[in-house]
Design a protein around this ligand. Structure first.
Ligand SMILES: [Zn+2]
Length: 385
């Protein structure tokens, strides 16, 4: 059956029949702070959680990269040692939480694990490291994290680190640092994918000039469509295509379109910050009190989120510019993402529906949902020394 002949139930059946991979989920944060149990179903409007096995099953998501995220801190030896330990602890936490559900999921280490585990009706959980800060200044740490199961590394987060300049910080190295070039070379050698999301344009250009393997942007959108420093401009998109890489479209609202002014919500949010401090750091009973007030704000002054259609506009744009072989999906669920009609992982089929309605073929949709990423991942593996 051609996609043009599909009705809604055909689309849903097709979505569940294909291999789907999401390259960016911050679920480890929720495992840690909300102590969520992956086997239990949560309501994303009650608790900050958009990913669990029941909702992954409903949303037809086979495989995911869980982000081992660490915030950027001081670039001192002691801070590097502390954050390295923290990243290792998060990896252990992911492994522990998955060990409770051996029938439902496994840690995945090679590209082919995605399809193998999907065939066994299990979720393949890969690990990607979001921020190279835990590498510090010791190249051997790249090997260490690879050995612990990390299969991509986002070289930086929202600040510069020892590896490169960030898109949200000032120019320090003018791209990769001398150490950063070594890191890219080591990642190529190990077979770890280089992730350029969060990097400054000059850093991305340096990575492209250095890498021997195709690269990924694990969750980024088009800068021409939405002028956010985190998004990727046409020139770099074209270069990523020439490199054979892939850009994974993200569902984070500010990367899809600039937020419309909402002064009432801003005022309440400001008051909550004043009262509780940074929401990410609230502990104990305060957390519950904060959540009650935050939920009340979301009811009275909801954030106006972009739609699936506006997100898929980014896919259309990238496909028109560089072709169907260089785009995929990395939602950023559990890291702040959500659309009005794709608020958590259970609603992913709405993306497939939109792609079908826009005339993408089955083959195109397979490439977007996993084919392109798997191609890159395999190539990175085959080029490892
Ligand atoms: Zn993240």
């Amino acid at each position: 059956m051609k996609t043009s002949e599909m009705n809604d139930s055909d689309i849903l059946a097709f979505h569940h029949s294909i291999l789907t991979i999401d390259t960016h989920m911050d679920t480890p944060l929720r495992l840690k702070h909300e102590e969520i149990d992956l086997g239990q179903r949560y309501d994303p409007r009650q608790i900050k959680s958009k990913v669990d096995f029941p909702r992954m099953n409903q949303g037809g998501l086979d495989a995911a990269f869980f982000a081992i995220w660490t915030p950027q801190g001081l670039r001192t030896d002691s801070a590097h040692a502390a954050i390295k330990q923290k990243a290792l602890d998060i990896i252990d936490l992911v492994r522990e939480k998955l060990a409770d559900y051996p029938e439902q999921a496994e840690i995945a280490l090679v590209a082919d694990d995605a399809q193998r585990l999907a065939t066994e009706n299990k979720h393949a959980i890969f690990m990607g490291m979001e921020n190279g800060f835990p590498i510090g200044t010791d190249i051997q740490n790249v090997n260490l994290f690879y050995e612990r199961g990390v299969r991509y590394m986002t070289l930086c987060h929202t600040s510069n680190n020892e590896i490169c300049d960030s898109s949200n910080d000032t120019t320090e190295f003018g791209g990769l640092s001398p150490f950063g070039f070594q890191v890219v070379e080591r990642m190529n050698r190990l077979g770890m994918m280089v992730d350029v999301s969060h990097l400054s344009d000059a850093s991305v250009a340096d990575v492209l000039a250095t890498t021997k393997a195709p690269i990924i942007a694990s969750y980024s959108c088009s800068k021409a469509m939405c002028d956010n420093p985190r998004n990727i401009n046409d020139n770099l998109l074209t270069q990523i295509a020439a490199n054979g890489g892939v850009v994974q479209m993200c569902l984070y609202s500010e990367y899809i379109k600039p937020e419309a002014p909402n002064p009432d919500r801003e005022a309440i949010r400001g008051a909550l910050w004043k009262k509780y401090g940074d929401p990410a750091l609230i502990e104990g009973e305060q957390k519950l009190a904060y959540r009650v007030e935050k939920n009340a704000m979301d009811r009275t002054n909801p954030q106006i989120l972009p739609s699936v259609s506006e997100a898929v506009d980014h896919i259309d744009y990238i496909v028109k510019l560089i072709g169907i072989d260089h785009v995929g999906i990395g939602t950023d669920f559990d890291g702040g993402a959500g659309l009005s009609d794709c608020f958590d992982v259970s609603e992913l089929p709405n993306i497939t529906k939109e792609l079908v309605n826009r005339g993408y073929s089955k083959e195109d949709i397979r490439k977007i949902w996993s084919g392109n990423l798997i191609r890159v991942f395999r190539e990175v593996e085959s080029l490892a020394l």
